[in-house]
Design a protein. Sequence first.
Length: 318
Amino acid sequence: MTHTCSYLRLSLTDRCSFDCFYCGAQKKEAFLSDREYLDVGELERLARLFVGLGIRHVRLTGGEPLLRAGIHDIVRRLAAIKGLELVSMTTNGFALADTLAARPFVGLRRLNVSLDTLQRGRFRSLTGVDGLERVLEGIRAARQNGLTDVRINVLLVRGFNDDEIASFVRFGLERDLVIRFIEYFPTQKRRQAFRSLYVASADVIKIIETTFGPLAPEGSDPLSGPAQYYRLSCGGPRLGFISSVTHFFCSGCNRLRLTADGKLFPCLHTEHYADVGTLLRAGRIDDVANLIAQTAEAKGRYNKMTCSRFFEMSSIGG
C-alpha cells in the first residue's frame, strides 16, 4: 500500500444494546440481516488479504461486537493469522461479564470499554439502560480473565459529564486502567448546538493538572489510532486524549474501516466506499485484493476536512 494503512476497524454488527444520542444505534430505519453479515470464514479470508497488504492491527467494533454470534471463534481465527500483530475490541461492556463467563477470548490482546459516566442516573439517561453496574462488573471480569490492557473510552460532552473528569482519573488510578478522553465530534447533522458540546483536550489537561499535578507526554502507540498519551508525575496508568475537533489528525491517519456487510471506507466521513464483500462472495479474490490496495492508496483524498455526510456511528464501527 502506498498510503501507510496498518490498522483496520472491522465492524461485526450494526446493532447495539444501548441507544446513546451521539451514536443512534437504535434509530436506524433498517438493520442488516444475518445473511448480509460476513460470516467467520469470509472475515478470515478478508483479514488475510488485509494483512498481506500491510494491516497489522484489527479492531473489532460494532454496533456492539459482543452481540455477534460466534464472537469467540471470530477472535480466535483472526488472532491466528500470521503477520497480524494485534487483535483488539471496543465494547460497551454490558454483555462482557456474561461473554467471558461462557469462555475466555483466545488471542484478544486489548480491550477498550466505552464508558461515559460513573453515575447510575446519567448512565441510564444516556444509554436507555440501567446497566452501569453490569459494565463495571464486565471490566472487573476482563481483568480477572487475564486481559491486562483494558482502556476506558470517555466521550466528553459539555454540560453532561465534563464534571466527572477527575472522577475518571481516580477510577483509572484505583483500578490500574488507562483512561482516554475523547473530544465530541458530531457525526449526525452538523448543527451548531452539537458543535458546541465538545470539551477541548487542552482544557481537560488543565483540569487534571490542577488536581493531580503535571502530566508528562508519552506520544502515541504504534499500530493504533490518534490518541496521545500522558502520565501523571505520581505514576499510575497512562491517560489518553483523542482530539477530534481541536487537532485534525487526517494526515497521519493509518485506519481503514470495514462494515459488517463488507463495505470498505477509507475515512469515517466520506460517502465513498469499495464493496469488497460482494466481490469476495463472487469468488473474485484478486479483484478484492486490488480494490483494497486502491482504496488505501486513495485514502489521502478522503478525510473529514474535505468530506461531510450524514451517518450513524453504529453503521461503520466508530
